[in-house]
Write a protein that binds this ligand. Structure first.
Ligand code: KMH
Ligand code: ZN
Length: 310
């Protein structure tokens, strides 16, 4: 792992795991997504990871035009780095999922590094009342859902987005995904420094135990040496615990309502910025300093906000 002086905070503002009925604070409309992103950036997030939703029913929407209104607002009011999802939702095709990043040419796009189960159905135990028709079947359907990221898919997305000098947040949900990244590095399809987002606590991927965090770090250290920057994302209740563990070992952190709706046990986070402030407090309490967007651009060797297409 490359050792940095500053810690990069990413914030994933809304996304495809949760549905609008689960939290009144989940941003849904373009105005809400823009406002929440700008506040998260002001609180200290250098990178904003974004999905779009249908403003009426909150369903994930992967049309590039659904992203444009909030991207323009975010660019106007902050210098945060925009990271666009290519994960979309596991119900979408890979071509659909890639389209916003292909058209809008962000500095960073997410890249899910392997095909996997993506079990959202356990949330049905906690949430039973839904405002919109699609929500229950969306969660139930995940019992038989394959989140497709074949080698052919990865090759296509990596090649096409690299043509625009978009770099990647490599989302690795298990050790096999690190090996997949090493495979593409060996073939020269991806260039260091790699921004490796190890993901903990998604059913279908690795768990959130400290041994899991250590195992992912050790494996990435062995495969990539100094060629990678490590970041962690703990889903659900593990969000801050995983962040604290990784930060104490030199890692970067991702928070946000996409990955966890919570700020404390049984207490919903009232905004993305609230989670950013909380993780910032943990980092600063450990004696660490938070990277600005300019510092994060330098660390990750990004092309700059003037080279995006929005
Ligand atoms: N919420 C993450 C666990 C993507 O957008 O590419 C999954 C994610 C996928 O962020
Ligand atoms: Zn995402």
């Amino acid at each position: 792992m490359f050792h940095q002086d500053k810690v990069i905070i990413s914030c994933a503002v809304t996304g495809a795991i949760h549905t609008p009925s689960m939290s009144p604070y989940l941003p849904v409309t373009p105005e809400q997504i823009a406002e929440s992103s700008i506040a998260a950036a002001e609180a200290g997030a250098a990178i904003i990871h974004l999905h779009a939703r249908d403003p009426v029913n909150g369903k994930p929407d992967q049309r590039p035009e659904a992203f444009v209104p909030f991207l323009k607002a975010i660019k106007q009011h902050s210098d945060a780095i925009v990271n666009l999802t290519t994960g979309g939702s596991p119900y979408m095709t890979v071509q659909e999922r890639m389209m916003p990043a292909k058209v809008l040419k962000p500095e960073v796009a997410s890249m899910n590094m392997g095909t996997m189960n993506f079990g959202l159905f356990p949330m049905l135990k906690r949430f039973s009342e839904f405002k919109h028709d699609w929500e229950r079947s969306y969660l139930e359907g995940s019992k038989d859902l394959i989140f497709r990221n074949t080698y052919g898919d990865l090759e296509t997305v990596l090649t096409e987005l690299s043509e625009n000098d978009t770099r990647f947040e490599f989302e690795c949900y298990d050790t096999s995904h690190l090996y997949n990244l090493a495979h593409f590095a060996e073939r020269g399809l991806v260039k260091p420094p790699f921004f490796v987002q190890t993901v903990f606590g998604i059913l279908g991927g690795i768990g959130t135990h400290s041994d899991d965090v250590m195992h992912m770090k050790r494996t990435a250290d062995r495969l990539f040496g100094q060629d990678y920057h490590w970041s962690v994302l703990g889903a659900g209740a593990s969000q801050m615990k995983v962040a604290a563990m990784a930060a104490s070992m030199g890692g970067n952190v991702r928070v946000g309502l996409e990955d966890s709706l919570w700020i404390a046990r049984g207490k919903l986070a009232s905004s993305n910025a609230e989670q950013v402030r909380q993780v910032r407090g943990i980092l600063e309490g450990l004696g660490l300093k938070v990277a600005t967007p300019a510092e994060a651009r330098e660390i990750l060797q990004l092309k700059g906000a003037d080279k995006v297409a929005f």
